[in-house]
Design a protein around this ligand. Structure first.
Ligand SMILES: C[S@@+](CC[C@H](N)C(=O)[O-])C[C@H]1O[C@@H](n2cnc3c(N)ncnc32)[C@H](O)[C@@H]1O
Length: 320
């Protein structure tokens, strides 16, 4: 016998989303709009389901000043950031990126449908200047706010950033302290095109997290940033942290897991991870033919949530 209300519940459930196409969302029909109980975003059930898959294989187009933004070796595709902000916010809500680089998150918020309001913080004026150039090339896009400086100093200012003033934090922090360049130093660059890289991410600023002396010091600084982000995020709001793991000194660093633990220590609740497979990553013969060294062709998007008002804080989850 059917329970009363069982039919209504079944109807409210979204139809299973079709298999994800390699080019992402384009396979989905027009957005039918959100479920009446959806307070998080403006997506219909199919889009909601599609976003929650834990592997992302999308290849993003080179657009919105990519020729300028690519000078930053870790620039993020605006469309990836658009997908994140469209899931974790509604139109017009406020997004923070404390490590904004050349502005992937800012452009993502401008092209989001409808646009979101973004504040980016970037310590290196060269990267902020590139974002300004990209914005000038695209006067059609809603402008966003880019602040220069150390995000720890700026976010500590409660007059400028009152408690809970942001709905979502979307960021892509430095992935470590500066790593020694092994297979792409001068000697190899000259003879092997597949070992060459044009990126120099170093800045002279001691407050740049990548200039810290050790991986432990980097994790401590990230925990401090996570605490500051927690204060300025509304209760129940989310944070997405994009990070690439590293192989260094003969050892693999699970940075995404270390950052998730530091986020939890700062009061966030870990909610999941998306593995972003970067199709077309260049393969280098690290270790060959003597030992296994991975060609890391993925990044993580680690998702954390600030506990909703009245809910217990993070830190009392399952034992580790
Ligand atoms: C991985 S990149 C972010 C790239 C960005 N997602 C984009 O699309 O361009 C990290 C950025 O954090 C910046 N950074 C490092 N330490 C910082 C600090 N203390 N405050 C603000 N920005 C900082 C670096 O200069 C770098 O541009």
């Amino acid at each position: 016998m059917k329970r009363p209300g069982a039919k209504a519940k079944a109807k409210a459930r979204p139809a299973p989303a079709r298999s994800p196409a390699p080019d992402g969302e384009t396979a989905l029909p027009p957005n039918k709009g959100p479920h009446p109980r959806n307070t998080l975003n403006e997506l219909d059930g199919e889009r909601w389901l599609f976003f929650t898959r834990s592997v992302l294989r999308t290849s993003y187009p080179r657009e919105y000043g990519h020729d300028l933004r690519k000078r930053h070796g870790a620039n993020k595709p605006p469309r990836l950031m658009k997908a994140l902000v469209e899931f974790f916010t509604k139109g017009g809500q406020r997004v923070l990126d404390p490590f904004a680089g050349v502005g992937g998150t800012l452009v993502g918020c401008s092209i989001a449908e409808p646009p979101r309001r973004c504040t980016g913080i970037e310590i290196n004026p060269d990267w902020a200047a590139i974002h300004a150039e990209v914005a000038a090339r695209h006067p059609d896009l809603p402008p966003q706010e880019m602040l220069g400086g150390d995000c720890r100093a700026l976010l500590a200012d409660a007059d400028r950033f009152p408690d809970g003033c942001f709905d979502f934090v979307a960021t892509d922090p430095p992935y470590n302290v500066h790593l020694e360049r092994t297979m792409c130093d001068g000697k190899y660059d000259a003879s092997h095109a597949n070992r060459r890289t044009d990126y120099d991410m170093r800045s002279g600023d001691p407050a740049d997290l990548a200039n810290l002396g050790s991986y432990g010091g980097y994790l401590d600084a990230m925990e401090e940033v996570f605490r500051l982000c927690l204060r300025v995020t509304r209760p129940g709001g989310y944070m997405a942290v994009i990070v690439r793991n590293a192989y260094q000194g003969g050892e693999y660093l699970f940075t995404h897991a270390d950052l998730a633990r530091r986020g939890k220590a700062a009061g966030w609740t870990p909610k999941g991870e998306i593995v972003w497979y970067q199709t077309g990553s260049r393969l280098r013969p690290y270790g060959y033919p003597a030992s296994y060294v991975p060609n890391i062709a993925h990044q993580y998007v680690v998702i954390l949530r600030k506990p909703p008002a009245g809910k217990r804080t993070a830190g009392k989850g399952p034992p580790r």
